[in-house]
Design a protein around this ligand. Sequence first.
Ligand code: 5GP
Ligand code: ZN
Length: 146
Amino acid sequence: MTCVFCEISRKEKPAHIIYEDKDIMVILDINPISKGHLLVIPKEHHEAIQDTPVKTLVKTWVIASAFAKIYRDKLKAPGVNVITNSGSPAGQVVFHFHVHVIPRWEQDGFKKGGRHVLSEEEASEITSMLSDYLDIVKSYLNEISI
Ligand code: 5GP
Ligand code: ZN
């Protein structure tokens, strides 16, 4: 069975990659709930949170936490949601474990559940906004030596 996140991690399918190391990639969601909606994805395929090895979980959640920090403290997002969906009843659509980091802006339309299609213009704006702060991700990872 093909897995879209495995295809992206093997570079068989394009994505806007914000951060990447040997284990993890952070990409822009193709149908963002809000401007800057990120997906933190281990490169190795595991179906959901319950199937993922602890070290991989730690690294994934630490990187998600670093982006939550960047959004609030550097990019002044007044709120952020950090979530994972496990199983269809919880809304999981891609069965390759990942964590959503969804910055919340005033009047971002989130409550209406509206999504939009990521445009190239929006993608380059967010990529450049975040690129100034990737050292924060590295400093989070240094703390846990992973
Ligand atoms: P889930 O509901 O499984 O937690 O979320 C899957 C997320 O992956 C959705 O927010 C969806 O928009 C996103 N997504 C699905 N296919 C692709 C894709 O090909 N590229 C990117 N960048 N995001 C995708
Ligand atoms: Zn996969």
